[in-house]
Design a protein around this ligand. Structure first.
Ligand code: SAM
Length: 220
């Protein structure tokens, strides 16, 4: 089966976990409406189960300073700020069109004053970022996750949480789906990321079969 990189709802023909039926996010009508429009336009936004996980996790961690790599149109960012009323979000997006749409959406969600949006390539932007973050949501070019990891560890506070999305890549990583030739390099790099975070003594990591797969790491 071929999958698009647009993250539709998990029930619409993409990888569906056994727990997806229970894990529905409770998000505001405003954010859900932007999300529905994004699905229609094939703009990649997190699936139900991943978004629900992010809501639960940020509700528990109560981060104050969130970094997101991959804003798209601001859905996951808006959701995290909705759960964490005192948090600030720094979010990076390289697509100017998405960047502009996200700016309007953050205003519409009533969170714009708590957001710093950065237009650019995440790999370049993180090199120059100042400050520390107690929650990082890694949700952009999967092939680059392994390259970003050392810098993300530096940017993370002790006890901070790093969530990498799409880590099971539609079943390519677990072997449940055959890897198409053109995805082989991507799969290798994502496996490297998993090996790195699970083997790192400075991190405690669990890979979760949620949505398209999530790696949850805590900096020790
Ligand atoms: C899966 S989407 C993000 C979805 C968003 N986090 C949400 O759930 O609402 C990934 C986004 O990362 C952006 N992206 C991909 N590679 C990037 C890079 N190297 N630097 C910055 N943004 C990147 C894409 O343009 C896309 O909008």
């Amino acid at each position: 089966m071929q999958f698009s990189y647009a993250h539709k709802n998990t029930k619409d023909g993409e990888r569906e976990t056994k727990t997806a039926q229970f894990n529905k996010p409770r998000i505001s009508n405003k954010i859900q409406s932007v999300r529905e429009q994004a699905f229609e336009k094939q703009i990649p936004v997190s699936d139900d189960e991943t978004l629900n996980f992010i809501c639960t996790l940020t509700g528990a961690v109560k981060p104050e300073n969130i970094l997101e790599l991959g804003t798209a149109v601001g859905v996951s960012g808006g959701v995290m700020l909705d759960v964490c009323k005192n948090a600030r979000l720094t979010t990076i997006e390289r697509d100017e069109n998405f960047f502009n749409q996200a700016r309007e959406n953050f205003k519409n969600f009533g969170v714009a004053e708590r957001v710093t949006q950065i237009l650019g390539d995440a790999g370049e932007v993180i090199k120059d970022l100042n400050g520390k973050f107690d929650f990082i949501f890694l949700d952009c070019a999967k092939v680059q996750y392994i390259k970003y990891l050392p810098r993300l560890k530096e940017l993370l506070t002790a006890g901070g949480v790093l969530v990498a999305d799409d880590i099971l890549l539609f079943g390519y990583i677990t072997g449940e789906t055959e890897v198409p030739k053109k995805r082989k390099m991507l799969v290798e790099h994502v496996k490297e990321y998993i090996t790195a975070v699970t083997g790192d003594c400075g991190l405690q990591t669990t890979v979760l079969d949620i949505g398209n797969g999530v790696a949850l790491s805590v900096k020790l």
